[in-house]
Design a protein around this ligand. Sequence first.
Ligand code: BV8
Ligand code: ZN
Length: 255
Amino acid sequence: MTEFPDILLQVLRRAERVAALTGAGASQESGLRTFRDAQTGLWAQYKPEDLASPEAFARNPKLVWDWYAMRREKIREVQPNAGHYALAEMGHRVPHFTLITQNVDGLHRKAEETSQVSETCEVSYPILELHGNIQRVRCAECGMYADAWEENGDVPRCAGCGGMLRPDVVWFGESLPRSTLEAAVEAARTSQVFLSIGTSGMVQPAAALPFAARNKGAVVVEINLEPTPLTEKADFLLQGKSGEVLPALMQAVWL
Ligand code: BV8
Ligand code: ZN
């Protein structure tokens, strides 16, 4: 997709406050499976929501730990894609830009750290990781973070209290970090443009953010391969791969 409605380009050029919400689709072109994609190999028999929960961890901590260890390993092998870099660039061009992500892969941070633009622009922007970050590991008992741990075939233990270690992500049934969620809601409600990128909009409370923005008068732009429950309420659906649409949109608006 390279043709964009002129009104959208005007709105983005004039926007002072923009918020973007990303989901697994934004990392798909980096080579990471989305939640809707079927799992493969050993994990084919499991649905993510059956592994990403405190109940699953209580029932079979080793299985859940190994699933996250496999995903952490996979994430180490991949790089941010053009969509991540386009959002980093947008973050340096829009006066007040907030990047809200449901993804736990840390690729937005990686893109920001390695994007060329950040050397020349002092404008920085918050990256709100609503569901945590898979690279961080904490004790399930005392909450202490662990920088290193023994992979000895069992679930590693906390050096402080001996409790089991777990990924520092938000599981189904767990509450999101309050301050992060509050900042995301504030960014949505005060945004003039809200971009919803690569998310099926099925998981709450993240899925409510574009609607909160719309209720406060924001222009809502969806970037997805296909329509979602948000589409009929969005002002624009830019149908295509985020790694292609976002750079083209950046080009059309700012370059
Ligand atoms: C909460 C981290 C309060 C872990 C994730 C019953 C009991 C308990 C809770 C609930 C319940 N019923 C409802 C709930 C609430 C629940 C929920 O929403 N459930 C859903 C399933 C109905 N939410 C919660 O539990 C949240 N906490 O509510 O706390 C509470 C407390 C107790 C009891 C009740 C309430 C916590 C939710 C967070 C869960 N953690 N991730 C991990 O990663 O392992 S969620 C995880 O799944 C992701 O983070 C993301 O949020 C979600 C997947 O969604 P997407 O990112 O959108 O990915 P998906 O694959 O679905 O879609 C990809 C999209 O991209 C598609 O549209 C596709 O077309 C598109 N796409 C693909 N490729 C591309 C593309 N687009 C563009 N370009 C491409 N190249
Ligand atoms: Zn501990």
